[in-house]
Design a protein around this ligand. Structure first.
Ligand SMILES: Cc1cc2nc3c(=O)[nH]c(=O)nc-3n(C[C@H](O)[C@H](O)[C@H](O)COP(=O)(O)O)c2cc1C
Length: 198
C-alpha cells in the first residue's frame, strides 16, 4: 500500500491550503483508493526552531525534545510526501520553516556521521502546494521552490511538481470550482506517476 504523508503548512485549519490538499488527495484516491494518508498540521507539531547547537553532528538525531523527532520516521516510511504552505513574505510559513530546518539532523546524519537517518535508496515522490494572497508577483510563489528543493533533497525524495495558486485575497479556493478541479487533477497525475514508478 502506498503511504502518503501530507503536511499542512498553514496555521489556518480548513482554509485554502487544507481545502486544496483535500482535493489533491481526492484526485489521488480517484486513481488508487487503497492509499494510506497521514495528514499533519505543522502548527500542531510545534517544531522548535533549530538552534544550530551542532549536537546532531556528534550524535544521531536532534536533541530538541518535541514531536519533530517522530516526523523523521514518517518521512522515512512514506512513498509520497505532499507539503502545502501559504506564501508568507515570499517564503513558507514559519511553522513549516521550523520543521524544515530541523532536517539539519538528517543532513548531519548523512554528511557528518555517515549513518543516515533516512533510507537513501527508498523511492519517494514529493509535491508542493503553495498559495498566495496577492496576484502573481515576479518573486512570489516561485521563491519557495529552492527551499522545497533542499527540503526534499534532505529526505531523499524526488521533487516532482508544484501547484501554485495566487490571488486568494480576492477569491478563496472554496469559491473557485475550477481551481479545485485543477488541484484534483494534479493529485491524479501524481498518483499515476507513483503507480508507474512502483
Ligand atoms: C504573515 C503573512 C504574510 C503573507 N505574505 C504574503 C506574501 O508575501 N505574498 C502574498 O501573495 N500573500 C501573502 N500573504 C497572504 C497569504 O499567502 C494567504 O492569505 C494564504 O495563502 C492563505 O492560505 P490559507 O488560507 O491556507 O491560510 C501573507 C499572509 C500572512 C498572514
Amino acid at each position: 500500500m502506498i503511504k502518503v504523508l501530507a503536511i499542512v503548512g498553514s496555521p489556518r485549519k480548513g482554509m485554502n491550503n487544507d481545502i486544496l490538499l483535500e482535493n489533491f488527495i481526492k484526485g489521488m484516491k480517484d486513481i488508487d483508493t487503497n492509499i494510506e494518508v497521514e495528514k499533519i498540521y505543522a502548527a500542531e507539531v510545534k517544531a522548535l526552531p533549530c538552534i544550530a547547537c551542532d549536537a546532531c553532528t556528534k550524535k544521531l538525531g536532534c536533541i530538541l525534545k518535541d514531536s519533530t523527532n517522530e516526523i523523521y520516521e514518517k518521512y522515512n516510511n512514506s512513498d509520497i510526501i505532499i507539503v502545502t504552505s501559504p506564501l508568507y513574505f515570499n517564503s513558507v510559513s514559519a511553522q513549516l520553516k521550523a520543521l524544515i530546518d530541523r532536517n539539519q539532523a538528517i543532513w548531519s546524519s548523512k554528511y557528518a556521521l555517515n549513518n543516515s537517518m533516512i533510507d537513501r535508496d527508498k523511492k519517494r515522490l514529493g509535491f508542493v502546494i503553495c498559495t498566495a494572497g496577492a496576484k502573481e508577483q515576479p518573486y512570489g510563489l516561485s521563491a519557495i521552490t529552492p527551499i522545497m528543493d533542499l527540503f526534499f533533497k534532505s529526505i531523499n525524495t524526488e521533487y516532482i511538481g508544484n501547484y501554485f495558486v495566487s490571488n486568494l485575497d480576492e477569491k478563496p479556493v472554496s469559491s473557485d470550482e475550477k481551481i479545485l478541479i485543477e488541484c484534483r487533477e494534479h493529485g491524479r497525475s501524481l498518483m499515476e506517476k507513483a503507480e508507474l514508478s512502483k
